[in-house]
Design a protein around this ligand. Structure first.
Ligand SMILES: NC(=O)C1=CN([C@@H]2O[C@H](COP(=O)(O)OP(=O)(O)OC[C@H]3O[C@@H](n4cnc5c(N)ncnc54)[C@H](O)[C@@H]3O)[C@@H](O)[C@H]2O)C=CC1
Ligand SMILES: O=C(O)C1=NCCCC1
Length: 320
């Protein structure tokens, strides 16, 4: 019997076709992935990711393997993160996700990683925000104007009807460019010239930068705000002032990863109160009235469920 073992290759354009406009499905898959990860029953096996430093070029290589029994799938995301790539006119994050069957080990698909990384990170934030933010948020502030800033704008404006969306970027011209791009699509956003102005009275704040040192201070943040911390994914970088970290209830995606990868947690010496999966499971409380931080590191299981969503949509399209 012939066995066609060739995996399909899904490039960014194809992935966009199968994932765009599907925020609700993606958010629901990601919510499930948080629950599976934080359950104690071993349905998801996900070691802390490995990384290799490329010292000469300010780069990193990450390897992120995972097995999810309920999905009968294995995946590994392999990405490079090159902080100086904007100077080369290249994206900072590049790579692929390999999706295998857990039943027979067959490699089903190779998917370019950037679009899924952008969407699943924002989708994961959406899940955390749904549980942790105040019920009727009016002001959104986004710090950063890159890939994650865009996907976070998309998902959070999909979930909420904000009265105001403010964007700040270290290079104001890029902040203005993003604001123009969004306003041309019919939104109403404003570009702020400093962080304090951007976050004043904000109900939801997203930090999505490559800053190594804190950009957001406790005194600027409204008590009860919810902050999604997307950048600073290594033990020596911070986006939040330690005082702010200490004044908030801190949630994360993976406690195990946070304790070795998050500078915001390690340097501030704060306790992680809960994984967001534990909140969804009802094992830990969602303190909506307090200032909350969701420290997102990014998990391989998020890539697995998102890659599977895209792959399943692609294969079912082929059968039509
Ligand atoms: N938690 C997660 O699952 C994931 C986190 N990330 C992290 O999110 C952050 C943003 O990633 P992308 O949007 O893909 O990158 P990007 O390159 O598209 O955007 C980066 C933004 O950071 C700004 N920036 C750079 N240096 C800065 C500094 N010193 N201070 C303030 N702003 C600065 C840039 O102007 C730009 O607006 C990175 O830290 C990345 O590692 C990325 C993917 C997944
Ligand atoms: O989960 C991911 O994907 C990433 N996390 C932090 C660094 C860049 C990519």
């Amino acid at each position: 019997m012939e066995f066609d073992s060739s995996p399909v290759f899904l490039n960014s354009e194809k992935i966009t076709r199968y994932i765009d406009g599907r925020w609700d499905s993606l958010i629901s898959c990601l919510e499930t992935s948080f629950v599976l990860y934080s359950s104690d029953d071993g349905q998801v096996i996900q070691p802390v990711r490995e990384n290799v430093t490329v010292r000469d070029y300010n780069g990193l290589l990450f390897s992120m393997p995972v097995c999810s029994s309920p999905h009968e799938a294995l995946a590994t995301k392999i990405i490079t993160v090159y902080n100086d790539n904007h100077l080369r006119g290249l994206p900072r994050i590049q790579g692929v996700i390999l999706l295998f069957s857990a039943v027979d080990g067959v490699l089903k698909a190779i998917l370019e990683a950037p679009v899924i990384t952008a969407k699943r990170t924002a989708g994961a934030t959406a899940v955390a925000t749904k549980y942790l933010a105040s019920e009727n948020p009016k002001i959104l502030a986004i710090l950063g104007a890159g890939v994650q800033a865009r996907s976070h704008f998309e998902v959070l404006t999909h979930l909420y009807n904000f009265e105001e969306v403010r964007i700040w970027n270290i290079h104001q011209n890029n902040g203005e460019k993003l604001v123009k791009e969004l306003n041309d699509k019919g939104f109403h956003c404003v570009c702020c010239s400093n962080v304090e102005e951007a976050v004043r009275d904000a109900d939801i704040i997203v930090t999505a930068t490559f800053s190594k040192t804190p950009i957001l201070k406790a005194v600027w943040v409204k008590p009860g705000a919810h902050i999604n911390v997307i950048g600073a994914s290594n033990p020596t970088s911070q986006e939040l002032d330690p005082e702010l970290m200490r004044s908030a209830v801190v949630y994360t995606d993976s406690r195990e990863a946070a304790c070795v990868e998050s500078g915001d947690i390690i340097i501030s010496e704060v306790e992680v109160y809960a994984e967001i999966g534990e909140v969804i499971l009802g094992k830990k409380e969602a303190f909506r009235d307090k200032t909350t931080v969701f420290k997102s590191l990014g998990m391989a299981v998020q890539d697995l469920v998102s890659a599977k969503l895209v792959y399943d949509a692609y294969t079912s399209d082929l059968q039509k």
